[in-house]
Design a protein around this ligand. Structure first.
Ligand code: C5P
Length: 253
């Protein structure tokens, strides 16, 4: 295996990083965007759709091209299964991977323990609390079914962040609106913020993100990283959009 620098040695230097979501159904579309963005300091996020189509081969190709990769498969299963999956992800040399905090302490701790045995490959473990697509009504359906009383999404996020931060995660996906609370409870966690829309540029067609923030405001609020998909993938000149966003992220904090 090629010599590899620990992902954890890439400690965020205070600068907000840009994660580009490769939300494509085909490897060639994803690789074309990667080519257009060559040399720019971004992390590429591979989610379920692209991974199910293009698989580990695409991740290997990205790593071969010296790209930083975020594998966003949001693991949630029995500890033994998630440990095995996380080991496979680490072998692919991804830098970040996601797992659901609702998988519980045994699952999260088991993954952390396993990956600590391979420090040179250990990806950052990014916890997912309540998906930002839930509103309080839909989330209450879940909590009522499980506990017979309704809990708001914000309460559950708070509880999961408080607990999850002691289980060994390195970071957390959260909405821009939760960033303040997360930074207060767990100031050292690496934060990943989706729902980001650039100040300039064409609006996203059929946008389903409602709680949005600009890259600059997210950087000022102390986000470790932001995730952007469609404002980049739908752009006629994605490189220009990314360069503009990277410039916006250069703020004094
Ligand atoms: O196209 P857009 O910028 O909305 O893409 C956002 C990316 O972040 C998508 O890949 C989406 O799956 C992901 N994401 C999100 N909200 C979350 C978690 C992940 O939008 N709560």
């Amino acid at each position: 295996m090629a010599p590899h620098r620990s992902h954890l040695s890439r400690v965020p230097n205070g600068q907000t990083e840009l994660i580009v979501a490769l939300d494509y159904a085909r490897a060639d579309s994803a690789l074309q965007l990667v080519k257009q963005l060559a040399g720019l300091p971004v992390i590429f996020k591979v989610g379920s759709e692209l991974f199910l189509h293009a698989g580990p081969a695409l991740v290997r190709e990205l790593v071969h091209q010296k790209c930083r990769v975020f594998l966003d498969l949001k693991f949630h299963d029995i500890p033994n299964t998630v440990v095995s999956a996380a080991r496979q992800a680490a072998a692919l040399q991804v830098e970040l991977l996601t797992l659901h905090l609702s998988g519980g302490s045994a699952m999260v701790r088991a993954v952390r323990e396993e990956l600590d045995h391979i420090p040179e490959l250990r990806p950052k473990l990014i916890g997912v609390s309540v998906l930002t697509s839930f509103d309080d009504v839909r989330w209450a359906e879940v909590t009522r079914a499980m506990t017979s009383h309704a809990v708001t999404a914000a309460e559950s996020v708070l509880g999961l962040v408080e607990s999850g931060s002691s289980w060994g995660i390195d970071g957390l996906v959260c909405s821009a609106l939760e960033l303040d609370v997360v930074r207060r409870i767990a100031p050292t966690l690496y934060t990943v913020i989706p729902g980001i829309r650039p100040t300039l540029g064409a609006p996203v067609q059929g946008d389903d993100q409602s709680r949005i923030m600009s890259p600059r405001d997210a950087a000022l609020a102390g986000a470790s990283s932001i995730v952007m998909g469609r404002p980049i993938t739908q752009a006629s000149d994605p490189r220009k959009v990314v360069e503009r966003v990277l410039a916006e992220l250069q703020v004094e904090r």
